[in-house]
Design a protein around this ligand. Structure first.
Ligand SMILES: Nc1nc2c(c(=O)[nH]1)N[C@H]1C(S)=C(S)[C@@H](COP(=O)(O)O)O[C@H]1N2
Ligand SMILES: [Mo]
Length: 160
């Protein structure tokens, strides 16, 4: 079966934690789907679903104030205030009907509309986590391994 593999686990302060496949993301209501992210950012391609659509499946608890995005592939993590990203976050999950390629941050890539420049605030380009495989809602800020200064940031980009 197409897209049977779990690509995202959603945990923490939610009524119903879920393990989602690409198929699950595809079947989220149309109002949360973005057929073509290049309409938002010409540099990006693929099909996306809004963070709000994923949250709708799990029902965040009132205590949820932070969203932590985990990429176990390269041990990269970002933790951002939920209210600031709620309307702006997307997950890019497919391109041309195929799983998103690792070269584009796949199988699942978080993307924030109108992100700010790197380390300019809590919601920045560095929080566009590639290979995201788990998200966690929590009352306190969670694990965050984003580079904190220009030197660290430069070093990280050299590796990519
Ligand atoms: N998993 C993972 N996601 C990541 C990073 C990383 O090192 N690992 N780097 C971040 C940083 S610092 C930036 S600026 C953007 C760069 O995204 P791009 O390569 O698509 O331009 O990805 C972010 N997401
Ligand atoms: Mo960055």
């Amino acid at each position: 079966m197409v897209g049977e593999q779990v690509i995202l686990r959603v945990e923490g302060e939610v009524a119903t934690p879920r393990r989602l496949t690409r198929e699950d993301l595809k079947t989220i209501e149309d109002r949360f789907q973005i057929a073509d992210v290049s309409q938002i950012d010409p540099q990006r391609q693929g099909r996306a679903v809004m963070l709000e659509g994923v949250l709708d499946l799990v029902q965040p608890q009132p205590a949820a104030r932070y969203l932590t995005l985990h990429a176990s592939a390269d041990d990269f993590h970002a933790s951002i205030p939920l209210d600031q990203v709620r309307q702006l976050g997307l997950f890019i999950y497919e391109r041309n009907g195929q799983p998103l390629d690792v070269s584009a941050g796949g199988p699942l890539r978080f993307y924030i509309r109108d992100f700010a420049a790197c380390h300019s605030g809590e919601i920045d380009e560095c929080a566009n986590v590639k290979f995201v495989d788990r998200i966690e809602l929590s009352s306190e800020k969670g694990l965050d391994t984003r580079p904190v200064d220009d030197q660290d940031h430069e070093a990280l980009h050299q590796q990519q």
